[in-house]
Design a protein around this ligand. Structure first.
Ligand code: PDD
Length: 281
């Protein structure tokens, strides 16, 4: 495997950044994960737009032009022979003597890109059986709209889910409203067939897959409503599912040990998945 690190293609096993990198010391960095399907990078433009936004919200400099970045991404995919898989791209505020203040003017950002092939049969299994989730009280900071590498609450939430025999955790507010998963956005289909997901203005990451799924819903003629929903509503829903670049659209069949509908994946999430790749570009 080959990785890209600050201008160079290096063996993945030897790829490294400095121990005083701010990503390492302060989680002072941002990232993107994109899916690659049949050689096509799914929603690349939307991912690059969000990367720009994350960088600018944190007052970080662009590591390179969009055109150059796109070339490097394609080269990393090519060198790793990825036709179906994901790539991971991370930008930090660079390496400098540890100090909370921004590093000296001219400190170069650190950019790393890795790519790997994924096994489609693993996802297919998730689609066929659906996943179990647990709910957890939100304990993240207020700027989860920025895709930062500061993911400790997400890491702990995921592990707590695994320890409880579930696959994922959903963060909820004190009054029982669903925010989002530890690495995916949450959706339901109401008993009367409306597709619902939470508005992305506050409290969640505006998922790229979420945005494209909204386009897909329109294409399928589904009634879509962007509004908050509760954990109780999720229990009583006709379907529930999660969207992310890594899973696209994964059915949720159990929440906190209680089945969603009949405990089997629904048809709407399947339809969205099937149409998704025709629309994503
Ligand atoms: N996570 N919410 C959170 C907290 C996420 O970390 C992610 C993505 C999403 C979905 O966003 P998108 O549709 O753009 O992937 C929502 C990536 C996949 C990860 O951390 O691996």
């Amino acid at each position: 495997r080959i990785a890209y690190v600050n201008g160079q293609y290096v063996r993945h096993s030897e790829a490294a950044v400095h121990i005083e990198d701010r990503g390492f010391q302060f989680a002072d960095g941002v990232y993107e994960v994109c899916e690659v399907r049949e050689g096509l990078i799914v929603d690349l433009t939307r991912h690059l737009n969000r990367l720009d936004r994350s960088l600018s919200e944190l007052r970080m400099t662009q590591p390179m032009s969009r055109a150059a970045l796109t070339l490097v991404i394609r080269e990393v995919l090519r060198r790793n022979r990825v036709r179906n898989g994901i790539f991971y791209m991370q930008v930090t505020r660079g390496a400098a003597k540890r100090d909370h203040f921004f590093p000296p003017e001219g400190t170069a950002p650190t950019i790393t890109i890795t790519a790997k092939s994924t096994d489609p049969s693993l996802l297919a299994k998730k689609y066929a059986t659906g996943i179990k989730v647990i709910t957890l009280l939100e304990n993240r900071w207020d700027r989860v709209d920025i895709k930062t590498v500061g993911l400790l609450p997400n890491v702990l939430a995921k592990q707590q889910a695994r320890d409880a025999g579930a696959h994922d955790a959903i963060f909820v507010t004190r009054d029982g409203m669903v925010l989002e998963g530890a690495s995916a956005n949450a959706w339901i289909v109401t008993p009367d067939g409306k597709l619902v997901t939470r508005p992305a203005e506050h409290g969640i990451l505006k998922g790229i897959t979420r945005t494209t799924a909204i386009d897909v819903a329109a294409k399928l003629g589904l009634v879509f409503v962007e509004r908050e929903f509760s954990v109780d509503e999720m229990h009583g829903a006709r379907e529930a599912f999660m969207t992310s670049a890594t899973g696209i659209c994964v059915p949720v069949v159990e929440v906190d040990g209680k089945p969603v509908a009949n405990g089997h994946p629904g048809t709407v999430s399947g339809n969205i998945r099937d149409t998704f790749f025709a629309i994503a570009e």
